[in-house]
Design a binder for this molecule. Structure first.
Ligand code: SF4
Length: 56
């Protein structure tokens, strides 16, 4: 699943995340956790990548 450190199953454009591949819009983790900050999520804006880590 990981090719050259890039997980082609997880596209992501959050390039200020420590786990972003940088040169391409993919995640480098082998899996992520998606969650929500809402009681009753009804739109995509309600969802979060809970594996996000701010780039140091
Ligand atoms: S951990 Fe989440 S936000 Fe960070 S690069 Fe991976 S998918 Fe994107």
């Amino acid at each position: 699943m990981l090719a050259n450190g890039i997980n082609e199953c997880i596209q992501c454009s959050i390039d200020n995340c420590e786990y972003h591949a940088k040169k391409e819009d993919y995640c480098t983790l082998d899996r992520i956790k998606v969650g929500t900050h809402e009681q009753n999520p009804t739109q995509k804006e309600c969802t979060d990548c809970e594996s996000f880590k701010n780039q140091a």
